[in-house]
Design a protein around this ligand. Structure first.
Ligand SMILES: *[C@@H]1O[C@H](CO)[C@@H](O)[C@H](O)[C@H]1NC(C)=O
Ligand SMILES: *[C@@H]1O[C@H](CO)[C@@H](O)[C@H](O)[C@H]1NC(C)=O
Ligand SMILES: *[C@@H]1O[C@H](CO)[C@@H](O)[C@H](O)[C@H]1NC(C)=O
Ligand SMILES: *[C@@H]1O[C@H](CO)[C@@H](O)[C@H](O)[C@H]1NC(C)=O
Ligand SMILES: *[C@@H]1O[C@H](CO)[C@@H](O)[C@H](O)[C@H]1NC(C)=O
Length: 612
């Protein structure tokens, strides 16, 4: 009887499992064609998906669930994507959990069929050029925990339908063009991080939202706690008085400005500027380390090569415009750069930030108010033509985890590189007074960011490497987004042959101009150890005659928690498991033999998995 039943059931079971297999296949096939529609509609340098491959799960930035065999994550941050998101692309990935397209150049509206991705938990669209209203369908995504639409051009009112997103923990809407009132968000009970700064919002801040700091509401017309209290509407007389006071102060301010401007014009002579250049510049938000150089100094005393003409008259190169800064030899990159001339740059007052293998770095304050980082290269060993080609290549590398190169100047004596300014370096924070702010969550994010940037460099071609990874070459934004700088520069200057030049250098390196990918991996491993231990690789080398990797390995694993990890890290957070796994990864990166070290792709994947 039993066996009869079994016999009868077997074919049914078999049929069921067969049909479920076929649906699984066709769904992945549908996901694949949805992704291909995205690929056709947006252009971007790193969107190099192999369209003839049948498995989209192997494509860069795409992750699948290996049980359901469906696409769950699409992460294409900072990949230079341009164009509009088409319908029937992202919207058809019905198992999508994570969508990150941050830091691209995408424009147009969010397609309303995004509402079909009902499992979406994390939506990161910040730093694009999206516009239009938030589609109503977005508010049906009840599983959303993180939503970031900051730094776009979204407009319209902030709908009270945000209250449908009850699981939301993080909501960033700053730097858009939202108008109207702030919804009360009483149902969004888990909201931890919130920002609506720099939108044209009006009215009072609802009670539920008044516990956020005032920086949540910068550059808005909102009132009430934590901002100034709202004007009471009724007392006409006092309203008029206030208006009078405001008009009066505005006139006084304008008068003062006019007078200051006249005085400034009158005294704007070269001698005065020379003096101004010698007076201390109080603009930097971070205390810079005093490294014993005269500071501030003028970058170059005399303009040179004025008649130097250049051949880069504005032309397009991979979506990036090279702009000529006048006929003075200064070349600036990018579409949105604020222009200044070589003369203005030379007149700028400057502060020494550091002196390294390739030259001295300054922070320069150009008269027009622009701040830039200027690197004055020493011992450049390339001809002008080679130099220009190399710099143009470096200037075309755009990635959210790399400090962008903004321009250069090649003169007979001076070779200058111009970079985007960043508030501080990792080394300053990690070895400065403020290291307590670096908890494990931030340090692991820094590690992920740096791995992203380096992996991007390594993905370009066989020879592209960073060449000089160390904590003073990792710059941090105010949100601790980490960006390596100085990539590719050691190739421009003459070789510095010196074994153990610093605590980051791989043992096999003999020529500072030839840093292999595996030597980059070694340096990255040392950087991980520095993040975990809080110790400076160079000073470890000095004091005990052994380097950081061998010191860490000399301590038995059972004593890591007490002896190896930075006490600041243990004190506030206890991500012991993650820290131990990253430490093991760092040890494998610093293997003596280059072949034993993992590749940057493997490293990035591991850190992401460990710290996700
Ligand atoms: C793309 O995928 C096809 C099929 O899997 C493969 O034959 C081809 O080599 C791949 N092309 C590249 C550039 O990887
Ligand atoms: C599926 O994923 C799990 C966890 O991510 C992993 O342990 C397992 O090895 C994977 N299975 C296959 C067949 O790849
Ligand atoms: C995309 O999804 C919509 C509805 O979810 C469906 O009607 C449409 O056929 C799908 N498009 C493709 C090309 O599969
Ligand atoms: C918000 O949720 C309510 C109740 O679940 C629903 O009736 C309404 O349509 C939702 N609004 C939007 C914009 O999805
Ligand atoms: C909100 O965003 C603005 C603009 O980016 C920033 O200045 C401010 O510090 C942010 N506020 C918080 C609380 O993070």
């Amino acid at each position: 009887m039993v066996s009869f039943l079994l016999l009868n059931l077997f074919p049914l079971f078999f049929l069921l499992s067969l049909s479920s297999i076929t649906t699984v296949f066709s769904d992945l096939e549908a996901d694949r064609s949805a992704l291909l529609r995205l690929r056709d509609a947006v252009r971007g340098r790193t969107l190099r998906w192999n369209a003839s491959s049948s498995n989209p799960c192997l494509w860069e930035g795409v992750k699948c669930n290996n049980v359901t065999n469906r696409v769950t994550d699409v992460r294409l941050p900072g990949d230079g994507l341009t164009g509009q998101l088409p319908p029937n692309s992202i919207g058809n990935l019905s198992e999508l959990r994570v969508l990150s397209l941050r830091g691209n150049i995408l424009s147009g509206p969010i397609p309303s069929d995004l509402g079909s991705c009902t499992k979406l938990r994390n939506l990161q669209l910040q730093g694009n050029r999206f516009s239009g209203k938030i589609p109503e369908t977005l508010f049906t995504l009840k599983n959303l925990e993180r939503l970031n639409l900051a730094q776009n051009s979204f407009s319209g009112d902030l709908s009270s339908a945000f209250n449908n997103l009850t699981k939301l923990r993080i909501l960033y809407l700053e730097n858009n063009q939202f108008t109207g009132l702030l919804p009360h968000l009483n149902s969004v009970t888990k909201l931890e991080e919130f920002n609506v700064s720099f939108n044209a919002l009006t009215g009072s801040i609802p009670p539920r939202l008044d516990n956020f700091p005032s920086q949540t509401y910068l550059g808005t017309f909102l009132c009430g706690r934590p901002l100034d209290s709202c004007p009471s509407n009724g007392n006409k007389l006092s309203g008029g008085a206030i208006a009078g006071i405001i008009v009066g102060s505005v006139i006084a301010l304008l008068l003062t400005l006019v007078i200051m401007f006249i005085i400034w014009r009158r005294y704007r002579s070269p001698e005065i500027l020379q003096h101004a250049a010698n007076s201390p510049m109080p603009l930097s938000p971070v205390q810079l380390p005093d490294i014993g150089f005269p500071s501030p100094v003028s970058i170059i005393t005399a303009a040179e090569d004025q008649q130097f003409s250049n051949s880069f008259a504005s032309r397009k190169r991979e979506g990036k415009v090279v702009v000529q800064g006048g006929n003075d030899g200064l070349v600036l990159f990018g579409e949105d750069v604020e222009m200044f001339s070589l003369e203005e740059l030379l007149r700028a007052s400057a502060e020494v930030l550091g002196k390294g293998r390739v030259g001295t770095t300054y922070k320069a304050y150009v008269e027009s108010g622009v701040q830039v980082i200027v690197k004055r290269l020493k011992n450049v060993c390339l001809s002008e033509k080679e130099f220009k080609r190399a710099i143009e290549d470096l200037g075309s590398l755009i990635h959210e985890n790399l400090v962008p190169l903004r321009g250069y100047f090649y003169g007979t004596e001076e070779k200058l590189l111009i970079f985007e300014p960043m508030p501080r370096s990792l080394s300053m924070v990690l070895h400065g007074d403020n290291r307590r702010s670096l908890n494990w969550e931030i340090r692991s994010k820094i590690a992920i960011d740096v791995a992203n940037g380096i992996q991007y460099l390594h993905s370009l071609d066989r020879d592209t490497t960073h060449g000089n990874i160390k904590s003073s070459n990792i710059l941090l934004t105010e949100y601790y987004d980490a960006c390596p700088t100085e990539f590719g520069l050691t190739r421009l200057v003459s070789n510095i042959t010196s074994p153990n030049l610093n605590g980051y250098q791989a043992p096999e390196v003999t020529d500072s101009r030839k840093i292999s990918k595996k030597a980059d991996v070694y340096s990255f491993g040392v950087l991980l150890l520095e993040l975990l231990t809080g110790k400076e690789p160079d000073s470890v080398l000095m004091e005990d005659g052994i380097n950081l990797p061998s010191w860490v390995q000399s301590v038995g694993q059972e004593k890591w928690i007490i002896e190896v990890f930075d006490p600041e890290l243990i004190r506030f957070d206890y991500f012991e498991d993650q820290m131990v796994r990253v430490l093991n990864l760092a040890i494998s990166c610093t293997a003596q033999h280059p072949d034993r070290r993992p590749s940057m792709v493997e490293i990035r994947r591991s850190i992401n998995e460990i710290c996700a």
